[in-house]
Write a protein that binds this ligand. Structure first.
Ligand code: G6P
Length: 367
């Protein structure tokens, strides 16, 4: 079928807007709403026997994996190693037979990830694949195939495939936790409920589009932009920075908020916008104190938080973007939306080729 942009100017905008629908579609295969349970496709191994998970991916898919590491360790208490595929293959990683090796890819064809998958297979790992193209090479080589149902993604910079990956990974984390006896039926029902809320919360995030468009000029003239976050929002800072550099060609760096004092704080002056991703919660105060270190040096902050966080720390920020208050498990899915929209509008303001940024390819099938 012909894929068109609908009412949108770019495929990227269309794909950002599709997210509530495709995330709901993806979650449907991993949740049994009636039974209040998470579920996975049938597998011929015991998830409860998995002693270690090794995650391998590239680009945006790698950042989905970084978020998953926080979830797998927090909820399932399973140790997780994670590498970009190009490093994994050549560092001769120690892999105990029977470990679960998890590969995440939109295309299922990225050369480095595919080579890493084959390396892990040769080391007797169980191969799980989160992939958007069900006919891809990686899908065919999986022991456990975990499809995302994002539909074809045309924009080179990944958006909807990423949030669908997060949805699958959250469900996988809950399944792992249950298999390890770390999830009561009640807790499982709660997780199902929170995950089911994600599409509506993402819709709410999308309703801030015009506001984000109006603040794009605050970033469009910058030479450097810094993104800060903690916990699972640290990978979201990395993803925010990647989106911005991919399509607007502005140099951007994502940093763990607490690590900023060990280097990037030297960059801060009033020409460097700092995007702070900080839902209210246990880590909020810590991130806010890092944010204040930025402000004390003249740094201009855009705070992305919920009403509670903005009420507490929004004053003195150059701008704020209000997200709905959500459970920490779905925060990365919801906070993905404003960072995507910000990158998108900055790129449009700069007049770059949003859907086909220079030097980048949708799928990199060479090493
Ligand atoms: C390329 C694309 C990125 C993507 C990465 C990994 O660099 O431009 O958007 O995240 O490949 O691709 P994959 O298909 O393996 O997720």
């Amino acid at each position: 079928a012909m894929i068109d942009k609908g009412n949108h100017r770019h495929f990227m905008a269309k794909e950002i807007y599709e997210q509530p629908v495709v995330v709901a579609q993806t979650l449907r295969s991993y949740l049994r709403r009636m039974e209040n349970q998470v579920s996975l496709p049938d597998m011929d191994f015991d998830l409860g026997q998995v002693k270690r998970v090794t995650i391998v991916a590239c680009g945006t898919s790698f950042y989905a994996g970084l978020v998953a590491k926080y979830w797998f360790e927090k909820f399932a208490r399973v140790p997780v190693d994670i590498d970009v595929a190009s490093e994994f293959r050549y560092r001769d990683p120690v892999l105990e037979p029977g470990g679960l090796a998890l590969f995440i890819s939109q295309s299922g064809e990225t050369a480095d990830t595919l080579a890493a998958l084959r390396h892990a297979k040769a080391q007797s790992q169980i191969i799980a694949v989160v992939v958007n193209v069900p006919t891809s090479s990686m899908a065919r080589e999986a022991d456990l195939l975990l499809p995302t149902h994002a539909g074809p993604e045309i924009g080179v910079a990944s958006t909807k495939a990423f949030t669908c990956q997060l949805a699958v990974l959250a469900a996988l984390a809950a399944n792992l936790a249950r298999a390890n006896g770390r999830l009561s039926a009640e807790e499982e029902a709660e997780i199902v409920w929170h995950l089911s809320e994600a599409p509506a919360a993402m819709n709410q995030a999308l309703s801030h589009d015009a506001e984000i468009e109006a603040m794009a000029h605050l970033v469009a003239h910058a030479r450097d932009v810094l993104y800060l976050g903690r916990g699972p929002d640290y990978p979201m800072a990395l993803e925010g920075a990647l989106k911005l550099k991919e399509i607007s060609y502005i140099h951007a760096e994502g940093y763990a908020a607490g690590e900023m004092k060990h280097g990037p704080i030297a960059l801060i002056d009033d020409n460097v916008p700092v995007i702070v991703i900080a839902p209210s919660g246990p880590l909020f105060e810590k991130t806010v104190s890092n944010m204040q270190e930025v402000q004390a040096r003249g740094g201009k902050v855009v705070l992305i938080s919920d009403a509670e966080g903005i009420a507490q720390a929004g004053e003195g920020c150059m701008a704020t973007i209000e997200m709905p208050k959500v459970h920490p498990l779905i925060a990365p899915l919801v906070y993905a939306v404003p960072v995507q929209l910000l990158a998108y509008h900055v790129a449009v303001a700069k007049g770059t080729d949003v859907d086909q940024p220079r030097n980048l390819a949708k799928s990199v099938t060479v090493e």
